[in-house]
Design a protein around this ligand. Structure first.
Ligand SMILES: Cc1ncc(COP(=O)(O)O)c(C=O)c1O
Length: 404
């Protein structure tokens, strides 16, 4: 009789977004006249920029002719895209990353879920709390996290680094020494960032204890302040301790088009073995590359027109985020984020739980957000709103919240 991977059965089940959908549907049925505004979404809403659409059309036409048709993509991705990334995302920021240290993929979710495969099951992971759930759940599936305690909502073999108001939503070095450290800045869900000198301390720490930092920079395009690093490779010594995950989803609207990349410097080694070689082997064995058409679209993000257009899109979402943060503060809420990130993290009023505030906001203002407790126990008492809606809806939602 076959046996399943019963690590999957340990997963407590992510009820967050299905619970939200259920509650919103029930409310709509009872109140068909209510116009609900959704500010909980982590998905973009603006269409792909014209330069990207032009590149897509051009690439589709190439596929129609034998002379320009493309089949399987090279394992690491097309050189035209890896060169554009190496120049724009790294060389221009003073980071030493070569094009052949960049692995093109279909997004940061897959890469952040799959990367743990190249590490032994004995490794101890450390995550921020609250956290993007993929980091923990993919390690649960692999069998690296021990047992789950529903009371504390924690795994026995995971090191949690609480990110709270008290520490400015920046993790502190854990008491136990981790082997793999997941960091995501600008952060989903808190919207917090850390400065370059804070990140440098993490790089120094990882090099000192022999840990690898898995740095998720999916939201780097939203950084507006100077001392916030766009890449971990801005820090000295990161080439020997850090893997960086990047996405085209939030900077250029590729959530449905799918494109991302992972950087593994060749200096990152365990007992002389390059992690780069392991990931290249995995890529070659299990992955056949992002479509040519989509990689051409990705290249267009780095064209002069593309850069200008995606910068305008990010500015649109950031205007929403600023409207939310300032609107909430004017209405007497304590709100964080929204400066270097599309996410605003607000404290629920009157000691309401995250879910109590969800119900209150839905019923009284017909506005939907995301309860902070869904991202981990330290998210209790917080609530996430995002700048990814339309400006008109954002203004209308804030006006309703102000009138509460
Ligand atoms: C922190 C973080 N990493 C990665 C992703 C997913 O990126 P992609 O669309 O490239 O898979 C998200 C999406 O919400 C995210 O919040």
């Amino acid at each position: 009789m076959f046996k399943i991977n019963d690590n999957y059965l340990k997963l407590p089940g992510s009820y967050l977004f299905s619970n939200i959908a259920k509650k919103v549907n029930a409310f709509s049925e009872q109140h068909p006249e209510a116009t609900i505004i959704r500010l909980g979404i982590g998905d973009v809403t603006q269409p792909l920029a014209p330069a990207i659409i032009d590149a897509l059309h051009g690439a589709v036409d190439e596929m129609a002719h034998a002379e320009t048709f493309r089949g399987y993509a090279p394992d690491l991705g097309y050189e035209f895209l890896r060169n554009a990334i190496a120049k724009n995302d790294f060389a221009d920021r003073g980071c030493e990353i070569a094009a052949d240290e960049i692995f093109i993929s279909d997004g940061a979710k897959c890469d952040s879920g799959n990367i743990q495969e190249i590490f032994s099951l004995d490794n101890r992971i450390a995550v921020c709390d609250p956290v993007y759930p993929v980091y923990v759940d993919s390690n649960v599936m692999a069998g690296r996290t021990g047992s789950y305690d529903p009371l504390t909502e924690r795994w026995s073999d995971v090191i949690y680094m609480p990110c709270t108001e008290a520490n400015g939503f920046a993790p502190e070095f854990p008491k136990q020494t981790p082997d793999l450290i997941y960091l995501c800045f600008p952060n989903n869900p808190t919207g917090a960032t850390i400065t370059k000198s804070q990140l440098q301390e993490w790089v120094d720490y990882a090099n000192r204890v022999g840990a690898v930092i898995l740095f998720d920079a999916a939201y780097e395009a939203y950084i507006s302040e100077d001392d916030v690093p766009h890449s971990i490779y801005e820090c000295e010594g990161a080439r020997t301790c850090a893997i960086e995950l990047r996405s085209f989803s939030k900077n250029a609207g590729f959530t449905g088009t799918r494109l991302g990349f992972t950087v593994i410097p060749k200096d990152l080694k365990a007992n002389g073995v390059m992690l780069h070689a392991l990931w290249a082997r995995r890529h070659g064995t299990k992955y056949n590359g992002a479509p040519y058409i989509v990689q051409k679209a990705g290249e267009a993000v780095y064209s002069e027109a593309g850069k200008k257009q995606v910068t305008e899109q990010v500015a649109y979402y950031m205007k929403n985020a600023q409207t939310i943060r300032e609107g909430l503060q004017a209405a007497g809420f304590t709100a964080y984020g929204g400066v270097n990130s599309p996410y605003v993290w607000l404290k629920t009023p009157d000691h309401m739980t995250s879910w109590e505030f969800f119900d209150y906001l839905l019923e009284q203002a017909n506005v939907v957000g995301t309860p902070g407790s869904g991202f981990g126990p330290s998210g209790e008492g917080y609530f996430r709103l995002t700048g990814f809606g339309t400006y008109e809806n954002t203004l209308a939602a804030l006006e309703r919240i102000r009138r509460l």
